[in-house]
Design a protein around this ligand. Structure first.
Ligand code: HDD
Length: 710
């Protein structure tokens, strides 16, 4: 059933059987009746009233009126793609999950990425966590790994989820702001919920503004269990590591991208898959025992905690490749229904109270979204493993169940469908012991809210720390209530002294002495002795938490703007664009207007992009080739300087061909300053320097050494 050696993909075949192709067909009604005039309604005379009997008009308008379904209550804005997953070596030592056994087997997958807070049409570039939901169509049924690009969560118990979401969504009275956490209700809530401090650090870091969906990590967040054939359990944390490494953008850039292309992430994913640059992630596992878990300074059931990679290394066990765009956004991406409760034998839950609450929420929400308990029959959600049971009927049932016996046990249906256990197969829950009394409360092992927030901050490079300080200053600066600002500074006093001092300064406030009374009041409702003395952490710093430390230097799939005009020198252009293309980057010509340019050598080059349609924020680097006339023309364009200065401000690589000094001298760039990201063509090795700079990408030092307006 998984993708065979013959290349057959059972999920694709299943979906293809639902494809509708209108090529060379007549138009019909939904009842299959041919329509000969789709422009005019049926009237009593050409200027007379429309007739109610016009079933063609009625059907068309009726269907249109109901085209929309409710958007997801969270993660409404999303983009999806099909692909495959393949394990490197059998994981039978840890799990009996069939799709993790055979390295020659490819399992079809569908992945949906999302922002959390914004509506369906909101910008991709909001500061937010990103959803990373993977549906594996395994031979043993559907397995969904419904994670985020941040390995921890805001809250510890599902009981708080509706409150968290109400607080972060646009405010209740005026429905503002859209897709943004920088408003009073969000910071009011998190300032009273110190357990959110760790996740807030991640969200305020560069992880909250990924460059693309292809360059972010993914995490299953909770601790899960792997169960092997002997019914032995190991704990596991799931990771997705992008093979291109992590990349993010600058906040000023993110805000501008939202204006220039609010579909920035969606477009990037789509275009790269169309171009054959298939996004890839390696599946990483942190596998550990009960004994290890018992000895950590934190509780592995607490979803606000990571397990530092220094304590349990991440083993890379397989690869996910996205290689096909959906045929239809609504049918596939919008109707995809994920659920952390969709598991297969060999993978199980733990008692993480956030996970336990999720197990109810996801099937339930599909009812209001997709309208029927039969959502599993939609092509994108259908299992490729056969489905047989006595669940019947309901809205929009597609399957036609044969026979009389729709109950179990039965003899009239020959006892079918059988219990899979009789055949030694089937899902059997791991017999975890539960002996404690019922209690509506929280374990004190969940009460250390700040040690890992501090660990995260300590693990960042200096520029990354500066970005966090700016993000807090922006978000808290946008809210109206000074009380809430002060209360949040109280939380930051527990994370890092330098951080709180700098944020307080930016807000024009004093650093408070500690947590605010209101914060303590609510925290004490969960932990009477709050704040507790935390256990000594195992480590003070973890390089894996910093994007800069873990970045992969590559020019693959980078987009380079080449500023050209009539008279651009073809040789100078080719000298840069050819090696860029050979390295897997995409050079894009941008001129004062679209149409074409004629190079110095007389070649006519088509131009699809102009300063009017493009912006520097949509590119990773830029180059201006030589050519006297072109330089003169570009010098007359104010947008040339906006483009260069903005590129420079966002710390990206810039290269200048011979003779471009008249342009360079009018920018904020100082030619005398040492900057590996500014390459002026003069030396033999200029090309190599530029390629290297594109691979290294951001020279964040500019943010402190040479601040420029743009
Ligand atoms: Fe959730 C959607 C990830 C906590 C309730 N969640 C949703 C999606 C992702 C996550 C990626 C989008 C799936 C898609 O693309 O369709 N959610 C998480 C993670 C969490 C988390 C990583 C914490 C570790 N979620 C969480 C809690 C609850 C929910 C605690 C409720 C108790 N989540 C939902 C939901 C959604 C959802 C309301 C909205 C749409 C959907 O389920 O299908 O049920």
């Amino acid at each position: 059933m998984a993708i065979g050696k013959d290349g057959r993909n059972p999920k694709k075949e299943q979906m293809d059987s639902h494809l509708v192709n209108n090529n060379m067909t007549n138009m019909t009604t939904n009842q299959g009746v041919n329509v000969h005039n789709n422009n005019n309604s049926l009237k009593a005379g050409k200027r007379g009233p429309t007739l109610l009997e016009d079933f063609i008009l009625r059907e068309k308008i009726f269907h249109f009126d109901h085209e929309r379904i409710p958007e997801r209550i969270v993660h409404a804005r999303g983009s999806g793609a099909h692909g495959v997953f393949q394990v490197y070596e059998s994981l039978e030592k840890y799990t009996k999950a069939d799709f993790l056994q055979d390295p020659t087997k490819e399992t079809p997958v569908f992945v949906r990425f999302s922002t959390v807070a914004g509506s369906k049409g909101s910008t991709d570039m909001a500061r937010d966590a990103r959803g990373f939901a993977v549906k594996f169509y395994t031979d043993e049924g559907i397995y969904d790994l419904v994670g985020n690009n941040i390995p921890v969560f805001f809250i510890q118990d599902a009981m708080n989820f509706p409150d968290l979401v109400h607080a972060v969504k646009p405010e209740a009275d005026n429905e503002m702001p859209q897709a943004a956490s920088a408003h009073d209700t969000f910071w009011d809530f998190v300032s009273l919920m110190p357990e959110s401090a760790h996740m807030i650090m991640w969200a305020m870091s560069d992880r909250g503004i990924p460059k693309s969906l292809r360059t972010m990590e993914g995490f299953g967040v909770h601790t899960f269990r792997l169960i092997n054939k002997n019914n032995e359990s190991h704990f596991v944390k799931f990771h997705w590591k992008p093979t291109l490494g992590m990349q993010s953008v600058a906040w000023n850039e993110a805000q501008k991208i939202s204006g220039f292309d609010s579909d920035y992430h969606r477009r990037d994913l789509w275009e790269n898959i169309e171009a054959g640059n298939f996004p890839e992630w390696e599946l990483g596992l942190q596998i550990f025992t009960q004994e290890q878990a018992d000895n950590f300074s934190f509780d592995v059931l607490d979803p606000t905690k990571i397990i530092p990679e220094e304590l349990v290394p991440v083993q890379l066990v397989g690869k996910l490749t996205l290689n096909r765009n959906p045929d239809n956004f609504f049918a596939e991406t919008e109707q995809a229904a994920f659920h952390p409760g969709h598991i297969v034998p060999g993978i199980e839950f733990t008692s993480d109270p956030l996970l336990q609450g999720r197990l109810f929420s996801y099937t339930d929400t599909q009812l209001s979204r997709l309208g029927s308990t039969n959502f599993h029959e939609l092509p994108i959600n259908r299992s490729t493993a056969p489905v047989h049971n006595n669940q019947r009927d309901g809205h929009m049932r597609h399957d036609i169940a044969k026979g009389k016996a729709n109950y179990f046990p039965n003899t009239l249906g020959g006892g079918c469908p059988f219990h899979a256990m009789i055949q030694g197969k089937g899902f059997d829950s791991y017999p975890e012991e539960t002996t404690e009394s019922k209690v509506r409360g929280r374990s004190d092992s969940f009460a250390d809210h700040f040690t890992q927030a501090t660990l995260f901050y300590n693990s960042q490079t200096e520029p990354e720390k500066e970005h966090i300080i700016s993000a807090f200053s922006f978000e808290l600066g946008k809210i109206n209530s000074v009380e809430i600002r002060k209360r949040y500074l109280g939380i930051l006093t527990q994370v890092d002294q330098d951080l709180v001092t700098k944020v307080a300064k930016n807000l024009g406030l004093e650093v408070p002495s500690g947590l605010a009374e209101e914060t303590l009041f609510y925290a004490k409702q969960n932990h009477a002795d709050y704040p507790i003395t935390p256990k000594k952490p195992e480590i003070e710093k973890s390089e894996a938490l910093s994007i800069e430390h873990k970045k992969v230097e590559t020019i693959k799939t980078r987009k380079i703007a080449i500023l050209v005009a009539d008279g651009t020198c073809q040789d100078s252009l080719d000298k840069i664009t050819n090696p860029l293309e050979e390295g897997g980057a995409t050079p894009v010509l941008i001129a004062p207007n679209v149409g074409s340019i004629t190079t110095k050598q007389g070649n006519v080059l088509p131009i699809e992009h102009s300063f009017l349609t493009e912006s520097s924020v949509l590119y990773d680097a830029m180059f201006i080739p030589s050519g006297e006339k072109a330089i003169e023309l570009l010098n007359q364009e104010p947008d040339t300087f906006q483009f260069i200065n903005e590129m420079y401000r966002h710390c990206k690589p810039l290269a200048f061909g011979i003779g471009t000094d008249t342009i360079l001298d009018r920018t904020y760039i100082n030619k005398q300053e040492k900057d590996w990201g500014v390459v002026i063509e003069s030396k033999e090795n200029s090309l190599d320097m530029f390629l290297k700079a594109v691979a290294r990408h951001r020279n964040w030092a500019r943010e402190t050494s040479r601040k420029v307006p743009a």
